[in-house]
Design a protein around this ligand. Structure first.
Ligand code: NAI
Ligand code: A1CAB
Length: 272
């Protein structure tokens, strides 16, 4: 990576997403001395984590900072008040990487001028090196910058390049928010087990092991989700009975359609 103390990698907002990516990069050996974390409200856990790794942090970007790369990971709702404070640290060759849902490229261009900008949509499994990040670059992004960002994001999961900014809102609805849908599935499965008569803690352990195990199997297998589902489903057996509910016309698919549609709509609203 091309970061240094003189041209640092500045992480603006080290909350759930910025913090997850930071943890992922550190576990993969990024040079902590080339990082600068800017966050006015770091959690106690974050402060301890930054101290443990010797990472410099500040409530605002220190005067004189010339960033090589700025990762913007604050809430889209406060973007308008955050971007002006970052502008002095953004040189003409600074690459701006935003993970914010909704905030369009034009908002960054208005704040920073014609610098290279990449909109990214990661997800929190980046924390364990298993994220997926979709990237949309502006024409000002050079091939070396593309390669550098691809290398950076590949360190915490897989990478997909997008050809249209519009796609980001849909990506947000599928993979950005998607881990929450899977975690909800684990919660619902545990709760259904409890309601059916299992002790709550046993039901929770079974559901967690099932969701994480199924995810790992999907990750490691060359088979599609449909084939893996069929492998569980004995003819006229228990799984078929459950799937007749989940795959009914008013089952999981229309619910998922509505959920993804609601998330994409919210992403468009956040664009303002
Ligand atoms: N949480 C997730 O799974 C994902 C989040 N995102 C995006 O990441 C961004 C951050 O979301 P979360 O991490 O979930 O929120 P969060 O609330 O956990 O983190 C935001 C962080 O920004 C900090 N902050 C507030 N004002 C600031 C300022 N003026 N300068 C610097 N830092 C400031 C807060 O102290 C906090 O630590 C959002 O734009 C969201 O759309 C994108 C993909 C997934
Ligand atoms: O809920 C949100 O708005 C953010 C974007 C994708 C995941 N979390």
């Amino acid at each position: 990576m091309r970061f240094s103390r003189e041209r640092p990698f500045v992480i603006v907002g080290a909350g759930k997403m910025g913090g997850a990516m930071l943890a992922g990069w550190l576990s993969r050996g990024i040079d902590a001395a080339s990082l600068l974390v800017v966050d006015p409200n770091p959690s106690d856990d974050l402060k301890a984590f930054l101290a443990q790794h010797g990472i410099v942090h500040a409530p605002v970007v220190p005067a004189g900072t010339r960033a090589a790369l700025v990762l913007i990971a604050v809430k889209p709702q406060i973007m308008g008040s955050v971007l002006p404070g970052l502008a002095p640290a953004v040189a003409p060759d600074t690459l701006v990487l935003s993970v914010a849902a909704g905030t369009p490229v034009r908002a960054f261009e208005a704040a920073f001028g014609p610098v290279p900008i990449i909109r990214a949509m990661p997800n929190t499994p980046a924390m364990v090196g298993r994220g997926v990040t979709a990237l949309f670059p502006t024409p000002a992004v050079s091939d070396p910058d593309r390669a550098m960002v691809a290398e950076l994001l590949s360190a915490v999961g897989s990478v997909e390049w997008l050809t249209s900014e519009d796609q980001i809102d849909l990506v947000t609805a599928v993979s950005g928010s998607g881990p929450a849908y899977v975690f909800l599935m684990a919660e619902c499965l545990a709760e259904a087990g409890r309601k059916a008569g299992l002790p709550a803690d046993l039901a929770a352990r079974l559901a967690e092991a099932t969701v994480s195990g199924a995810g790992e199997l999907l990750f490691r297998s060359d088979d599609t989700p449909a084939v893996l589902r069929q492998n569980v489903t004995s003819p006229n057996g228990t799984t078929a009975a459950a799937l007749s509910v989940l795959m009914a016309p008013d089952g999981l698919q229309p619910l998922m359609d509505a959920a993804v549609s609601a998330a994409a709509q919210r992403a468009r609203e956040l664009a303002g």
